[in-house]
Design a binder for this molecule. Structure first.
Ligand code: CA
Length: 227
């Protein structure tokens, strides 16, 4: 994926750090601020693809940050994350020019999905299908098929396959997988990633078709057409 820029404006440091880490793992160049004034200043001076915006902020309220951004013609896709979940709060956010709204507490994977959806929108990629040769992943429906034959995947297998597919033809290390997919981080067995790579291989590889999931010894894995 292209390097995209994201700005995180959130004053609760642990959440800010978790969101930044997730976006960095997804390949974003990320700036972050815990202050509304400073965040608004960042947003004005740099072109971001996505802005993750808290509403309750010191310095300047998140809604005001958003109004200023839109008043200055800023086109960034804005995802509001806030504990304010009354209907009027959501409406105020969307009316001020937000693209989406996520109520705290939320799960990091949901935030990542929402951000991906915004990015697809940003690039007019309405088609959520990722294609690697004859392998197709539908990121919207979480389904996959090879040469037209549906592949039955568990949620964890799907996450791993999607992670590899978004980085097709690149080496993905075990460390990246562990850092990115917390489902694998929580596992104590050190070989859990290799075990799941094995499951994926059995499901996506076919004797009559070119191999797609390659192991780079000492490095990691590559999903792609290049052997
Ligand atoms: Ca806050």
């Amino acid at each position: 994926m292209d390097a995209m820029r994201a700005l995180v404006i959130e004053d609760y440091q642990p959440l800010r750090a978790a969101v930044v880490q997730a976006l960095v793992a997804d390949g974003f160049a990320v700036d972050a601020s815990g202050d509304g004034e400073e965040g608004a200043w960042f947003a004005r001076d740099t072109t971001y693809d996505v802005i993750i915006l808290d509403l309750g902020l010191p310095g300047l309220d998140g809604l005001e940050v958003l109004r200023r951004l839109r008043a200055q013609g800023g086109q960034a896709h804005v995802l509001i994350v806030t504990a304010r979940d009354r209907v009027e709060d959501r409406c105020a956010g969307l009316d001020a020019g937000a693209d989406d709204y996520l109520v705290k507490p939320f799960a990091i994977p949901e935030l990542r999905s929402r951000v991906r959806a915004l990015v697809r929108r940003a690039y007019q990629r309405k088609d959520p299908v990722i294609r690697i040769g004859d392998l197709e992943l539908d990121a919207g429906r979480h389904t996959a098929s090879r040469a037209g034959v549906a592949i039955d995947l568990t949620p964890r297998e799907w996450m791993l396959l999607e992670f590899l597919a978004l980085r097709a033809e690149e080496v993905v290390t075990r460390e990246q997988i562990r850092n990115h997919l917390y489902e694998f981080r929580s596992e104590t067995a050190s070989n859990v990633i290799d075990v799941y790579i094995g499951y994926l291989r059995r499901k996506i590889e076919r004797e009559d078709l070119p191999r797609l999931l390659h192991t780079r010894r000492g490095h990691g894995f590559v999903l792609g057409l290049t052997p």
